[in-house]
Write a protein that binds this ligand. Structure first.
Ligand SMILES: [Fe+2]
Length: 322
């Protein structure tokens, strides 16, 4: 395939205007590349450092995020892990593929170069990408991510629900909890929220994105699913995270009720400035957000139902990395 063909397809100025302001779907060509066929995925799984491979399973009810579990691969090789996705109820997250595989780093950087060329004023940094390989019928519970994220769908079919921030289904308090790692990413989803959602059935070659902190959930509706989840920061996204972090930290350190989530003007700029200074002074610095850790409670086993063998409680372990 010629290298100079763009990765974005049918992009328009209208889509550029929606970036980080609206929930929308756009088209791309990543699924036409050879990088995501079975052989390449198994090869990638084989080369990917195991400490950056997160393995999950889950229940079937979107209102029960506590059923999300983290597991380990045991002695399975890449081919067997891939088989467990095809036959079981397994969610593989190859974290930070840009750090470990130059061909995927180039791809994601090319994608962002095209996006920045198309979207006036867009300047992204802290780019990262996770490759998601998941079983037919697998689900991800409703949650909020801290960076801006984009889901580039490559294989299989999935349905994605995104709940507009202006619908108010999650409070600023909940978002602050996620950003400051005082609450887990999952939010207490209620089925009636679906009436307020933007819902998309994603096919290979489609990308969905939404404004930073928009709650979302997904269900695989057909076949093994492969998607690339990219994350990035912008100056505006950092401001938004810093305002939430500052509110959380300042309420512990100073008198006053710091709750405003206003993002423009001198007040949020001052909040961000003071937070940055405090980060440099150990006694005043906030604890850096660490994310919530899920203990390891199962091992992938091709002979077990759904390829999931629950571990005895005495064998539960803290994950090496999240
Ligand atoms: Fe997400």
């Amino acid at each position: 395939m010629p290298q100079n063909r763009p990765l974005l397809e049918n992009w328009t100025p209208e889509l550029s205007a929606r970036m980080d302001k609206a929930i929308f779907v756009a088209q791309h060509r990543l699924h036409e590349l050879d990088l995501f066929n079975d052989d390449r995925l198994v090869e990638l799984l084989d080369r990917h450092p195991r400490e950056f491979l997160v393995i999950n399973t889950m229940g079937t009810d979107p209102t029960k995020p506590a059923e999300w579990q983290e597991g380990r691969a045991g002695n399975l090789d890449a081919e067997q892990l891939f088989e467990s996705v095809q036959r079981g109820r397994v969610w593989l997250n190859l974290r930070r593929v840009m750090d470990h595989h130059s061909e995927y780093a180039n791809l994601v950087n090319n994608l962002y170069s095209e996006l920045e060329a198309e979207c006036p004023g867009l300047l992204t940094y802290n780019r990262s990408a996770n490759l998601l390989i998941s079983s037919p019928g697998a689900i991800v519970y409703c949650h909020v991510d801290c960076p801006v994220n984009m889901l580039w769908h490559l294989r299989g079919k999935k349905r994605a629900w995104a709940y507009p921030l202006e619908s108010g289904v999650v409070s600023d308090d909940s978002i602050e909890g996620v950003v400051s790692s005082t609450k887990p990413e999952e939010v207490n989803f209620r089925p009636e929220w679906d009436n307020l959602a933007a819902v998309y059935d994603l096919n290979p070659g489609e990308m969905v994105t939404w404004p930073q902190h928009t709650p979302h959930r997904v269900v695989n509706t057909e076949g093994v699913n492969v998607s690339l989840s990219t994350e990035h920061m912008t100056r505006a996204a950092a401001r938004r995270n810093n305002v939430f972090l500052a509110n959380n930290h300042f309420r512990k350190m100073f008198p006053g009720d710091f709750r405003s989530t206003e993002l423009t003007g001198w007040r949020p700029a001052a909040k961000e400035f003071v937070l940055r200074i405090m980060r440099r002074i150990p006694p005043l610095a906030p604890t850096p957000p660490t994310g919530f850790k899920t203990p390891i409670t199962f091992e992938v086993d091709l002979d077990a139902p759904d390829c999931i063998r629950q571990l005895e409680e005495s064998d539960h372990r803290e994950p090496v990395l999240q």
